[in-house]
Design a protein around this ligand. Sequence first.
Ligand code: PLP
Length: 409
Amino acid sequence: MIKVNENYLKLEKNYLFIRIAEKVKAFQAADPEAKLIRMGIGDVTLPLAPVVVEAMQNAAAEMGVKETFRGYEDSGAGYDFLREAVAGYYRSFGADVPAEDIRINDGAKSDCGNLVDIFGDDNIVLVTDPAYPVYVDSNLMSGRKIVYADSNEANGFAAMPSADGYALDGKQVFPDIIYLCSPNNPTGSVYTKAQLAEWIAYAKAHGAVILFDAAYEAFVSQPELPRSIYQIEGAKEVAIEMCSLSKTAGFTGVRCGYTVVPSELKATASDGTEVSLKQLWNRREGSKFNGVSYPVQRAAEAVFTPEGQKQIRENIAYYQENARIMAETLTELGIAFTGGINSPYIWFKCPDNMDSWSFFDRMLSEIAVVGTPGAGFGKNGDGWFRLTAFGDRDNTKEAMQRLKKMMKA
Ligand code: PLP
């Protein structure tokens, strides 16, 4: 008889965006004429940069010629040309990451979920709350216990480690696996170098590993803020980093990202032997992943050329200007918010002490603007709301006009 993974039955039934989609569908059925503006799902709207398209087309053409056709890539870790390009990109902002520690993948979400395969199910996981839901779900699926570090208004939505540990089953415990995301989804907050140094010291003191999600690093505009955890001393001994071209270069539909597992990162097996996490990860990937397509890797390589950087920066600047317009509106309305400067997300406090789903309903029914209720990202998200800057400029302006009207009414 089949035995299912019962951990799946413990997962939240209604995934956040499904619930939003259902509400939007009902609204549109009731009012088909309403001009809906979507600022909910964090997907990009600008097309790929021309150099990226050209590189993909050229690579596709190579695949149609016997002499240049490519089948499986030998290692599945990514072609050297792309791993070297990513290493060069890291160097450009002061992180020394060797190409051999980088693996190319089909986007950060896969590895956010897959990395947990190399860790025992009895590890305690720490997730900052609110958080990108994949961290919680992928650990619940393996039956791991999770503790939460509160990100809230008081700490600027940048939770710091607790010296006393975290309460779990009536005891104070210290985590073995720590998820950090900076710039943060959903809150837009960014850790400073000093704050990351504190997390690194904490991980070292408690023998923990940090899984650092840098999917939004390209939006950091203040040079003193870190874009990679490897800009901080000692990170290679404790941290794995996941990154993606989805938001950096509009690859949400192309699918390409990269994960760094440093050679320095070690764990101890139950018999006392030292184990290289990079070797475990390579072993896992060797068995379960056959690499990213050649045209996509050539397209990704083009992102890191000088012309590619120039072109993607134009798109990022467009989204940053959207974020600025949103931040300006919230400031004018006297609404507290985080994000927007170094992040494509604006995270604001729901006016009139509304809970976030009620505010979602109000925005949808009164001004036909769709956002994301903060409660969908964890308990500290309730009473807060996320808007994305990835939309069209005119729609962003229109949505802010409507919000002003609603708030002043
Ligand atoms: N990490 C964070 C924090 C995200 O918000 C996202 C996507 O929205 C991802 C990772 C995954 O992105 P992708 O799989 O498209 O690379």
